[in-house]
Design a protein around this ligand. Structure first.
Ligand code: FAD
Length: 480
């Protein structure tokens, strides 16, 4: 039996598996569904490329580029059209380009003079020092004013978390904002003065990180990792129980009607918080997983539509548009997918990817596909001047899409840390712990592989000696 079990073949689990294999530690990956990738889903059909989960990968850390290189995917990387930088926010019933510079901010029609003055006053707003955990709404109103929350941040929060700004926690969901205020007393001062420090750490802010995809969508990454892992990936295999044993961990597995057991020295749980809560855990210390069922994952439906170019008035040049709640539309936002990346729609056509549901309108996400398409078309008609019927339509519902790092989320992270300490050999990683973006999940997968290697070197030194002897023997064979 391979020494490490990885539960979940989303991008976190596959990244961890890939790097553990490269470190010479064999793994078995157990995936409940019939495919790898988790929420990543790309579909090529009728000349369109539909991306239902994440659309872009942000290069926020050198580890992202390294993974692409190590997986041999550099030639398949697809950078966006440089003309597709513009992002729009809806106000006055139309998309308005977000300002990209201080001068752009002063002249934009997106904000009133009053809102602009409130933002210019931000460096003089005293930082909060009483330690209260604020929601992003409270934080933004205090530092930048209500209008900036309603017409910018609310839309941004819908785009990243499909979340509610009155519930999402600043230190948990936007830790960099909390740090800027704590370290520099102001977001604007921190942006300017902290630039050198971020450069030194090799970190790139999410709003400035290069974004990219692959020629056949993001699924290329997870399918390639699956290929590299070969037989190590067991699909249609749910892990239902993990129990600590004197030798390590025993896993109960369900494969359809069949129930089996497997033994491993260490386990990485790289699934979702709500399925973690369903796992039966048996350890020497009294530990519980049930609190993780409280973590909210609102539903999101992805609606991918193709149209003839001449049926859309708006040029749709840019990344896409974000829609704040006050604008009064049903969709949360739209990505101009075929303007962003080439070869995502047949010649003379455009692909638009819209999102419905989230914390704003959870009930809408579960509508049947024809109703989802109709409400999306109605909003796109007003906002982009879309006429005529779609030439391509496909919807996917994520009943539990993105975890909400709401106020109080810190207690779940503390419980995760406690589990790792009190149950050595059990590791927790992925979007429910280390950040909700795809790049956060990749970094989480890389980091958990390092933690597992450290655990192995400390607890199973014989294993590495045996590996060393084996590679010496293989080397001797090669040179003889
Ligand atoms: C609609 C949508 C749009 C998004 N857009 C973007 C975007 O544009 N950019 C971006 O950076 N991020 C985006 N994200 C977020 C990003 O895609 C995810 O955070 C990331 O892919 C999560 O990867 P993961 O491996 O941690 O989890 P998942 O992809 O959720 O994978 C977890 C896997 O674990 C398996 N599993 C769980 N429990 C068990 C068990 N007990 N036994 C066996 N298997 C189990 C599940 O079946 C699943 O396959 C988006 C997410 C969604 C839903």
């Amino acid at each position: 039996m391979d020494p490490v079990a990885i539960i979940g073949a989303g991008v976190t689990g596959l990244t961890a598996a890939f790097y553990l294999n490269r470190k010479g530690i064999p793994v078995t990956v157990y995936e409940a569904s019939g495919r790898v990738g988790g929420v990543i889903q790309s579909l090529r059909q009728d000349g369109y490329l539909a991306e239902f989960g994440p659309n872009t990968l942000l290069e926020t850390s050198p580890k992202i580029r390294q993974l692409i290189r190590d997986a041999g995917l550099e030639s398949r990387r697809l950078d966006p059209d440089p003309k597709a930088e513009a992002r729009y926010v809806v106000r006055y019933q139309r998309p308005i380009a977000m300002p990209g510079s201080p001068l752009g901010f002063l002249t934009t029609g997106l904000f009133t003079v009053r809102a602009k003055l409130a933002v210019l006053r931000e460096p003089f707003v005293p930082p909060r020092r009483d330690g209260k955990e604020e929601s992003i709404a409270e934080f933004v109103v205090r530092r930048l004013g209500q209008e900036f929350l309603d017409h910018a941040i609310d839309a941004l929060v819908a785009g990243v978390y499909a979340g509610d700004p009155y519930k999402l926690s600043v230190p948990q969901a936007f830790p960099k904002l909390a740090q800027l205020e704590a370290n520099y007393g102001s977001l604007i001062k921190g942006q300017i003065l902290g630039a050198r420090e971020r450069k030194r750490r090799g970190e790139i802010a999410k709003d400035r990180a290069p974004k990219f995809s692959f020629d056949e969508g993001l699924q290329v990454l997870t399918e390639t990792l699956e290929e590299r892992l070969g037989e190590s990936v067991c699909l249609n295999t749910s892990v239902t129980k993990i129990a600590q044993t004197p030798a390590g961990w025993a896993l109960d597995l369900r494969q359809g009607a069949r129930e089996t057991r497997a033994e491993h020295s260490a386990v990485i749980y790289a699934g979702t918080a709500f399925r973690l809560a369903e796992l039966k855990l048996q350890t020497q210390s009294a530990l519980t997983l049930t609190p993780f069922s409280e973590i909210r994952y609102p539903p999101v439906a992805s609606v991918v539509l193709g149209f003839r170019r001449e049926d859309i008035e708006h040029p749709c040049e840019g990344f896409g548009m974000l829609i704040p709640k006050v604008a009064g539309f049903k969709i949360l936002g739209t990505i101009f997918s075929s303007s962003l990346f080439p070869n995502r729609a047949p010649a003379g056509h455009l692909t638009l990817t819209s999102y419905v549901g989230g914390e704003r309108y959870p009930e809408l996400a579960a509508l049947p596909p024809d109703k989802l398409v109709a409400l999306t078309c109605e909003d796109l008609r007003i906002l982009l001047g879309v006429r005529g019927q779609p030439t391509f339509q496909h919807t996917v519902l994520y009943p539990k899409a993105i975890p909400q790092y709401n106020v109080g989320y810190g207690r779940y992270r503390e419980l995760m840390a406690e589990i790792e300490t009190k149950a050595p050999g059990l590791f927790l990683a992925g979007h429910y712990r280390d950040g909700v973006s795809l790049s956060d999940s990749i970094v989480s997968g890389c980091n958990v592989a390092d933690r597992v290697e450290k655990h192995f070197r400390a607890n199973h030194p014989m294993f590495f000696q045996a590996c060393g002897r084996m590679s010496f023997t293989l080397h001797a064979f090669r040179v003889s």
